[in-house]
Design a protein around this ligand. Structure first.
Ligand SMILES: *Cc1c(COP(=O)(O)O)cnc(C)c1O
Length: 453
């Protein structure tokens, strides 16, 4: 075991060292990779060191260098050295993060990391924190707490009675909400038809006038409004302060999906975008995107810890802490899980407050650098670059798709495509702590070469 773990760590280190030189895309096709993995499962086991060697060999050609500096697809982020190392050690420790009895270390790390996260993001210190798998789970947990809370206010215990026969909950969310909001609402038994869509402005931020009109003044029943900090195409943020004030007047619950955009709060230059976020009732945010933590790392914060725990917790005779003392597992949908807080603790320590600010500022600056250079090269920028997201068109839809494909194939960098307001765009997300101005310049070169070809 001891030797094997050293070999494993060396593989990880070698891979990281190769990141700037290897093509960003995967080398092999899906079919080629599957052939490498698809071998008979023998009746007899094999030595662990042989298994690791085979695994590394089978995996290599399909690895995408998304941890490296020139991956701009989706909204991804890499993983900081300390957080990566913490994850490796945590795997060795094999702690169960369910509660403080199973792992006092996991509990202590998450308590402190949660405090730091709230502080950096400007979320009230009294909010509860669930360490979840990502913003998808953060949305589910936040909206589960919302469901509990608004129905309890209407005299309905949804945890006991379920939704059948419950008072109708009005749910509003912008037309540009992330798809995970719909999945969370489906998982919670609401169904997507329960959502009243709210119009957005040209950048995809919620139209406050339309929200105001759709909040029927005659109806003071249970109400949940989903807001967004960071549109996945444009980076636009909903008008949080105004929307929260409006919804509060109706006694409603506001949930913010801030998977990456909530980090705007960490910099004086972008803080104004998320002004008023502290007034929400629940927040979902990712650690594995802009904070550059390893997968899977996300956070569900809730201003109403009792509702949060009521929606998530269960009691069993062998669970200590039963009663009024909340445990980690009372704020997540899982029971047994990884000690997720260790990597969060490490990553935040490595960056420090100033490091988080600098990371946010640098990614925004580099996104503007992309936009400026590509505009200067004659291409059309499709959004106001307010955060780390850039949309670029290279002409008609087919041409844009061809450029995206050629850039991906070239392997210098990787960007995906998107359809925004009926047109195809290349979508650039600058979210990696390793990315420098030189990486942007190199990528712009690759893009302009692909476009002129
Ligand atoms: C990425 C993203 C999500 C989903 O987050 P996961 O970490 O993939 O679960 C939700 N909302 C927004 C706005 C996102 O960008």
């Amino acid at each position: 075991m001891e030797h094997l773990l050293r070999v494993a760590a060396a593989h990880a280190a070698d891979y990281r060292a190769s990141l700037t030189d290897r093509p960003v895309r995967a080398r092999l096709s899906g079919a080629e990779l599957k052939a490498g993995f698809a071998r008979p499962l023998g009746a007899a086991g094999r030595p662990a060191s042989d298994v690791l060697a085979d695994l590394v060999e089978a995996a290599d050609g399909g690895l995408v260098a998304s941890a490296g500096p020139r991956y701009f697809g989706f909204v991804n982020g890499g993983s900081l050295p300390s957080a990566t190392a913490a994850e490796i050690v945590a795997t060795g420790w094999d702690q169960n993060g369910w509660n403080g009895v199973l792992s006092p270390t996991a509990a202590a790390a998450e308590e402190t990391a949660g405090t730091w996260l709230k502080d950096v993001l400007g979320i009230p210190a009294t909010a509860s924190t669930g360490f979840v798998t990502g913003a998808q789970a953060g949305n589910t947990v936040g909206l589960a707490a919302a469901r509990n809370h608004v129905l309890a206010q209407a005299g309905w215990d949804v945890e006991r009675l379920g939704l059948a026969g419950a008072p109708r909950v009005r749910i509003l969310a912008s037309e540009e909400r992330h798809g995970t909001i719909d999945r969370s609402l489906r998982l919670l038994g609401f169904g997507t038809e329960a959502i009243t869509p709210v119009r957005t402005d040209a950048q995809g931020a919620l139209d406050i006038e339309d929200l105001s009109q759709k909040l029927d003044p005659g109806n003071k029943g249970p109400l949940i409004v989903c807001l967004q900090a960071g549109n996945v195409n444009t980076g636009a943020v909903d008008p949080l302060e105004a929307a929260i004030a409006l919804v509060r007047a109706y006694g409603g619950w506001t949930h913010i999906d801030g998977a990456f955009g909530l980090w705007a709060a960490a910099s004086p230059r972008t803080k104004h975008l998320v002004k008023g976020l502290e007034g929400a009732d629940s927040w979902s945010c990712d650690g594995h995107k802009w904070l550059n933590l390893p997968y899977d790392s996300g956070f569900a914060f809730c201003a109403h810890p009792t509702s949060h725990a009521a929606a998530m917790s269960y009691r069993a005779p062998y669970l200590v802490g039963a009663g009024d003392v909340y445990e980690l597992g009372d704020f997540t949908p899982e029971s047994s899980r990884r000690a997720r807080g260790l990597a969060v603790w490490a990553g935040l320590q490595e960056l420090g407050r100033d490091g988080v600010t600098e990371l946010v500022d640098r990614c925004c600056e580099l996104a503007r650098r992309f936009a400026d250079q590509l505009a200067a090269a004659g291409f059309e920028i499709g959004n106001d670059v307010v955060l780390n997201q850039v949309l670029v068109s290279y002409g008609d839809d087919a041409t844009t798709d061809r450029v995206i494909e050629a850039v991906q194939r070239g392997g210098v960098c990787w960007m995906g495509g998107t359809t925004w307001h009926g047109r195809r765009y290349m979508r650039i997300s600058v979210s990696n702590y390793l990315t420098t101005a030189a990486d942007v310049d190199l990528s712009v070169e690759a893009i302009t070469a692909a476009a002129s070809a």
